[in-house]
Design a protein around this ligand. Sequence first.
Ligand code: PLP
Length: 274
Amino acid sequence: MVPQQTGRYNRRMTSEKTAAIPVVLILSGNDPSGGAGMAADIQAVTALAAHPAPVLTSLTVQDTVNANSVHPVESKLVRSQAEAILADMPVAAVKIGLLANAAIADEVARLLAGTSIPVVLDPVLVAAGGAQLATDDLRESLLQRLTGLSTLLTPNASELHSLVPGSANADEKAEKLISLGARWVLVKGADADTDDVENGLYNDAGLYERFSWPRLAGTYHGSGCTLAAATAALLARGAPVPEAVAIAQQYTWETLQQAFSPGRGQPIPNRNFN
Ligand code: PLP
C-alpha cells in the first residue's frame, strides 16, 4: 500500500465563514465506466467538500476506450430536474458538462438566465477516445446562449478551436469567448503539443495567469470533468476564481498522478486519494 495523505483538499479554507456544506448543481452525462461524466463530477465535488446535486442530461454507452452512443434526456426533463433543486436548495455553484444537444443547452440557459449563481461550463463536445458526444447545433448554443452566463469556461485546445474556428491564436480565441460574456476562460493545454501542460487563465484584461504542469505520460479519461467539477466546488465554498482554478488544477494533477486502469483503455483519475 502506498501511504496517502488524508484530508488535504476537503479541509476548509480559513476564509470560509460557516461550516455549512455548499451545494453544487451538476448538469452532465453519465459515463458508465465512471471515469468521466457524472460519476467523475460527484467524486470531485465530494472530494472538495461540497455536496453534489446531480442532474443527468444524457446517458452514454461507453467504456474506457471510447464512447459508442449518446442518448440525451428530454430537454424539459433536464429542466424540471434542475428546477426542483433550485427551488429546494441554496445552490452555491453550477457545473455544466455534457449537454448533448442544443435543446438541452437552451433549457439550461433559460433556467440560469435569472440567477446569479457562479457557473463553470466545460464545453464537452468529444470523448477522450475521440467519439463525438454532441450534435453540431450544440456548439452554437454553447456560444450564443451559455457562454455569456458562465463565470468560467474551461475549453481544452481542441474545444477552443471548435468553439472559435479559424487561425487566430489561443489568446485571441479566449478573448473572443470573453467578448461573448464569459467572465473567465481557462484554456487547458493537455491536448496541445508542448513539453509541459500549459494552461492559461483569461479575463476581460487578457491573460491573467499562466500555469505550467509537468506532463504525465499518456492520456486520461475524465481529467476535464475532474478539473471543472473541483473548481465549481471551490467556487461554491467562496474561493475567488483564480484561487479556485489554481487549487483545482493541483488537485486534478494529483488525481492523474495516482490514476488507475480498471479497464482496457485510458486510465481514470484517482479522485478519492485524499
Ligand atoms: N462527459 C461525459 C458524459 C463523457 O462521456 C465525457 C468523455 O467521455 C466527458 C464528459 C469529457 O471527458 P473528459 O473529462 O475526459 O474531457
